[in-house]
Design a protein around this ligand. Structure first.
Ligand SMILES: O=C(O)CCC(=O)C(=O)O
Ligand SMILES: [Fe+2]
Length: 203
């Protein structure tokens, strides 16, 4: 029998993306959400940027979320638990897909009401070390009227197909960072997640 990580790795291999509901327990989700709220209330979230190195810029006309980067050299207990889950996933993906994943980076993200992130690819133009994107949603509840869908543009033999994914708590979205363009549609409600990237470089 395949375990949860192998199931995700298989789908990633076959079609380049995968959506898993209830990836974490509801208790763990609530703990992560609480940690995120604590960091927020200490004012440690910053406006997110686009680009890397000399190309880094805050551009609120492109993305208006706020982020808090985890520091892999000093993770909290909860962050360690999250990191270990992701390590298990990267091992399964490496075994199945031979992507040579070697390190991981992740940030908490908060989209205030009215915010969005326009269509983009997660690989930077100048550095392409992000190979697989993993997004874990932490929201208590979510319905269509809350907006804020992740819109994925799935490459088809001809053209592309849109897929709207709502940020339901406990849901994990995994996709190839260089292959699947995506955007976050305007959210009507505070939208909370952790986004991570498996990379093919060392720390
Ligand atoms: O939160 C999401 O659904 C997607 C976020 C995203 O595309 C990113 O941070 O690069
Ligand atoms: Fe993205």
């Amino acid at each position: 029998m395949e375990n949860e990580f192998e199931l995700i790795a298989n789908q990633l291999y076959e079609k380049g993306w995968c959506i898993t509901d209830h990836f974490i327990s509801d208790d763990f989700r609530k703990e992560l959400l609480q940690e995120q709220q604590d960091i927020l209330s200490h004012g440690q979230f910053r406006l997110a940027g686009v680009g890397k190195g000399d190309n880094f810029k805050v551009k609120t006309e492109i993305r208006s979320d706020k982020v808090f980067w985890m520091d892999h050299t000093s993770l909290t207990l909860l962050q360690t638990k999250y990191w270990e889950l992701m390590s298990a996933l990267s091992r399964a993906v490496n075994q199945r897909c031979f992507l040579g994943l070697r390190s991981f980076e992740a940030h908490f993200a908060m989209y205030p009401p009215g915010s969005f992130y326009l269509r983009h690819l997660d690989q930077f133009q100048n550095v392409k070390y992000r190979v697989v994107t993993v997004i874990l949603y932490l929201n208590d509840e979510w319905t269509e009227k809350d907006g804020g869908a992740l819109r994925m543009y799935l490459p088809m033999e001809e053209g592309e197909e849109k897929l709207d994914v709502y940020p339901k708590g406990g849901r994990l979205v995994v996709f190839l960072s260089g292959e699947i363009p995506h955007e976050v549609l305007t959210t009507n409600k505070e939208r909370i997640s952790i986004t991570g990237w498996f990379r093919d470089i060392e720390y």
